[in-house]
Design a protein around this ligand. Sequence first.
Ligand SMILES: Cc1ncc(COP(=O)(O)O)c(C=O)c1O
Length: 434
Amino acid sequence: MAAPGLQGNGVKPVANVVADALAGPLSVQAASGTKDLNNLDWLGLADPPTCSPDPDLLTSRAWVEIDGAQLRQNLRLLQARLSPGTEIWAVVKANAYGHGAKLVAPLAIAAGAKGLCVATLAEGIELRQQGLKAPILVLGALNTWAELRQAMAARLEVSLTCAEQIPLMCQVARLAGRPCPIHVNVDTGMTRLGIPWTEAALLWGQICRIPELQACSLFSHLATADEPDSAAMEQQRTRFAQIVEQIQRAGDPLPSLHLDNSAGALSHLQGHYARVRLGLALYGLPPAPHLQVPGLQPILRLKARLTHIQTVPAQTGVSYGHRYVTHRPSRIATLAIGYADGIPRRLSGRLQGWAGGGLIPQVGTITMDQCMWDVTDRPDIQVGDVVELLGSHLDSALSRFQVQDWADQLGTIPYELLCGLSARLPRLLVNSPE
Ligand SMILES: Cc1ncc(COP(=O)(O)O)c(C=O)c1O
C-alpha cells in the first residue's frame, strides 16, 4: 500500500512537478495546517516544543513490533517445562535484548514472571520510573557508595559480587534505615563476577547474621549451558549443589536459589531451584539448535517503509562504493532503515525482505539510515510499502527472516544482533495479550 500523500514514483516529468508547485503559494503542509515559510514564528523556537510524536508517525520510517500474546504464550510454554513452583524472572537487560524494556517488562510481569533482571543501575531506575512495582535485580556489579544509594532509593535489589562490597552495603543500609536487599552471586565456573564457590557457604552464614543485609538469594551463572552434554556445566551444577549441602550442614537458613538461564533451564528437565532467569527463550528463540521448544516463537518483527523508488539504466552504481552495479535497467527502492538502526552493514547485499507477499533482494552497501532494494521484477511495489526484515509469522520455511539466520551469516549469536536494534526504532505492541 502506498503511503498517503505520495503515490507511485516519478510518473510525472520533474519539470512539470516543479511548475505545478510554483503555481501555488510558497508554503508547506504541516500537521496543523498550511504555514507561511517567510514567517518562522510557527516553529515556536522561543518555547521548547511540548509535543510528543504523533502515534501514527511511529510507523512512518522503521520500527519494531512486539507480539504480546506470543510473549505470554512463550512464558506459559517455558513455565510448563520447569520444576513445580519454580519462578521465572524475566531478563530485560539491554533494552530487553533490543525488544524494548519499557514494553516487555510489564508484559512479562502480567504474563506471570515474578521478577525482572537488569544489568545496570540506570536500566533498573528507568523501569521504576515507569511505575513498575515488581522486584528488580541488578545483575551487574555496583561498587560505589553513589550507585548503591541510588539502587536503595529506587528499591532495586543488588548483586553481591565480591565480599569487599559488604561494608559499603551496610553503610548505605544504615543511612537508608532499612536493610540492603542482596542476591549473592557465586562464581561456580563462569569467571566473570561473583565470590569464589569454595567460600560461598561460609560467607552466606556470615551474611545471614548481618542485620543491615537482607539476604534474598544465592545464585550463579552457567557458562556452557548451550553446549550439548557439557561437562563444564555439570561441574558448575555439582559445585552449586555442594554449596547448598554445606549451608544445610552448617544449619544456616537455606537461601532462595537460582542457577539456570534459558539453555540451562531447557537442557535439564528438573532441579531448577526456586527461580530461573530467562532471557532469550522468553523472546521466543531457542538458546541452541538442540534446545527447541515446540510452539515457542520469536515475538519481534522488524519493519521499515520504502521512501523512494527510481528507475535507472544498466551499469548504474548503487550506494557507497558502488559495490553493486545494475546489470539491467532496474527499479531501485530505498528503505528507511540502516546500520544506525541495527541492521549490520556486513549483511550488505545478503539481506532478503518480505514485501507485498513476496521476497525482494537488498542491493549495495547498507548505509547509516537507509538501504536499497532491487524491485525491478515487482512493479506492484510502491513508495510507502512496508518491507519486513525479521518476523517468525512469515512462511516458516523462510528461515532467512529469523535473526538466527543473520547471526549464522555473520558468525555471531542472535543476542548480539537483537541488542544492536537501536533506541531510535519505536517499539510497538501488536497482538495485545488482552
Ligand atoms: C546472569 C545472567 N542470568 C541470566 C541471563 C539470561 O540468559 P539467557 O538469555 O540465555 O536466558 C543472562 C544473560 O546474559 C545473565 O547474564
